[in-house]
Design a protein. Structure first.
Length: 144
């Protein structure tokens, strides 16, 4: 049984909504312990300054605490993914997803310190990208 082709009326579904982890790796945890918790202040400020929203159609990154900046990349423009799970991040269950896209303003996009299973999010994102490309009838052309 094959999956039905997506239509223009398909609803956008949320895949991930959240901020980077406050303590993304064991190294940061050690700095927090050594500095008696003072290292948490810049980490907390950095965490407040970033919000990720990944849906089945787009990725939106909102950055800034007082002044805000919002970047959006439509999934059909993404052409390469990289999942990074350094050892110290793996110990605390975080990771990074690097995306390369055909978007002129945001050719590279990094979702850092994701507090979720990044491999599962990557698989969902890859599948959603292919479905969005099919829905839009978009094709990747490489001239190299």
């Amino acid at each position: 049984m094959s999956a039905a082709a997506p239509t223009a009326t398909d609803d956008e579904q949320l895949l991930f909504d959240g901020r980077p982890a406050l303590i993304p790796s064991l190294g940061v945890l050690l700095l927090v312990i050594v500095t008696a918790g003072l290292w948490l202040l810049p980490q907390w400020w950095k965490q407040l300054a970033c919000h990720y929203r990944v849906t089945t159609r787009r990725i939106v990154i909102e950055s800034g605490v007082l002044s805000k900046r919002m970047e959006q990349v439509d999934l059909y423009r993404i052409n390469d993914y990289t999942v990074e799970r350094p050892f110290l991040q793996r110990l605390l269950g975080t990771g990074n997803i690097l995306l390369r896209s055909m978007d002129k303003t945001t050719p590279e996009l990094t979702l850092e310190n994701i507090r979720a299973d990044v491999v599962t999010l990557y698989e969902q994102l890859r599948k959603a990208t292919e479905l969005d490309k099919t829905r839009r009838n978009a094709r990747l052309v490489d001239y190299e």
